[in-house]
Design a protein around this ligand. Structure first.
Ligand code: ACO
Length: 328
């Protein structure tokens, strides 16, 4: 008897039209194109206009994914939106996306796991499909980080950016589908990447605004070393669970946090640059959106074909990290 699996049947993305180059940032903060390129790999990023908000991009990415999957919006049963930059604190942006798509039967919720959000959401979606509860699940990673950046803080504003990616996950049969996934958390380092204002601990007030608590802050250098080690370990974990090795990976899609992290992880895993997908140069770090954005580009460029083994791995605020292996 065939074994049920969760397969990715469609991918989609959407990004703001405005391109912001490193040269443009040179006129805003004390930085240089050379520093940004050599320390992060970023050349340009997409930044939303003042009137734009996250669900607009999430909705377009979702429609593109549904089109590719040839799944009607009415047939979606669950929508998970991984984000740390929702449209509004209440309600969950996934509910707004559900309405926008017309997926009346779908339950919808947001998931907050920083840059690992898409991997976490994919893992949850897989469980609902494997249990037989749902057949079609829409998983979105979408962020407008630019709205939460301190444009005077050169350690964050040159890195983070905006975009949305989505996948449709559908009930199928092995050998295709998500072969293994893993999620990890270490809350003892929760202060490494934060945005503290506006919650129940520091409700929005003139004082939180004065102290800039509504901005994202990151201890980048300490995060860097942990990111490399964690992404390597969790990648090995999911490959081992699948009975595979790094040599079996057709395409590695790491979270696009920093070109140097991607290079270091690739080197440790023995996955050469030709088998790693990189688009950080054009989009920067889009947190939960980064993997589904890269995945959609890779699929549409023909870099992923039926039967290929795709490894995805991420690390982010929480701290959280996770990975998944998919046979396409
Ligand atoms: N332009 C010029 N100089 C800069 C800039 C800038 N934009 N930013 C920092 N510098 C300076 C610093 O002030 C410092 O100067 P000093 O030596 O005189 O003190 C110097 O550059 C080195 O600073 P570091 O912080 O050590 O730089 P590093 O090489 O670590 O690069 C970076 C910083 C890019 C943030 C890197 O640490 C990184 O990518 N970290 C990982 C981020 C990550 O993976 N986060 C997890 C996901 S994010 C999420 O979950 C939302």
């Amino acid at each position: 008897m065939a074994t049920r699996s969760a397969i990715i049947t469609g991918t989609g993305m959407s990004v703001p039209s405005r391109v912001v180059t490193n040269a443009e940032l040179e006129s805003i903060v004390d930085t240089s194109d050379e520093w940004i390129r050599t320390r992060t790999g970023i050349r340009e990023r997409r930044i939303a206009a003042p009137h734009e908000y996250m669900s607009q991009f999430a909705l377009e990415a979702s429609k593109n994914a549904l089109d590719m999957a040839e799944v009607a919006a009415e047939d979606v049963e669950l929508i998970i939106c991984a984000t740390v930059t929702p449209d509004v604190p209440i309600p969950a942006t996934a509910c707004l996306i559900q309405h926008g798509l017309g997926s009346r039967r779908a339950a919808a919720f947001d998931m907050s796991a920083g840059c690992s959000g898409f991997i976490y959401a994919q893992s949850v979606a897989k469980q609902f499909i494997l249990s037989g509860r749902y057949r079609n699940v829409l998983v979105i990673g979408a962020e407008l980080l630019s709205k939460f950046l301190d444009w005077k803080d050169r350690t964050t504003c040159v890195i983070f950016a905006d975009g949305a990616g989505a996948v449709v996950m559908t009930e199928g049969e092995l050998p295709r589908g998500v072969l293994a996934s893993a999620m990890h958390t270490d809350g003892s380092m929760s202060d490494f990447i934060v945005m503290e204002g506006g919650g129940s601990r520091y409700p929005a007030s003139p004082s939180t605004l004065d102290r800039g608590l509504h901005f994202i802050r990151m201890r980048g250098n300490e995060t860097f070393k942990l990111a490399v080690r964690s992404i390597e370990e969790v990648s090995r974990e999911v490959l081992a669970k699948s009975g595979l090795t790094p040599d079996d990976v057709t395409l590695f899609i790491p979270h696009q946090a920093n070109q140097r992290i991607i290079d270091a992880v690739g080197e440790r895993l023995g996955i050469p640059a030709e088998r790693s997908y990189v688009n950080i140069d054009r989009y920067g770090n889009t947190s939960a959106a980064s993997i589904p954005l890269a995945l959609d580009e890779a699929v549409r460029k023909g870099r992923i074909r039926r039967g290929d083994v795709v490894l995805m791995a991420a690390f982010g605020a929480g701290l959280t990290w996770g990975a998944s292996v998919v046979r396409w």
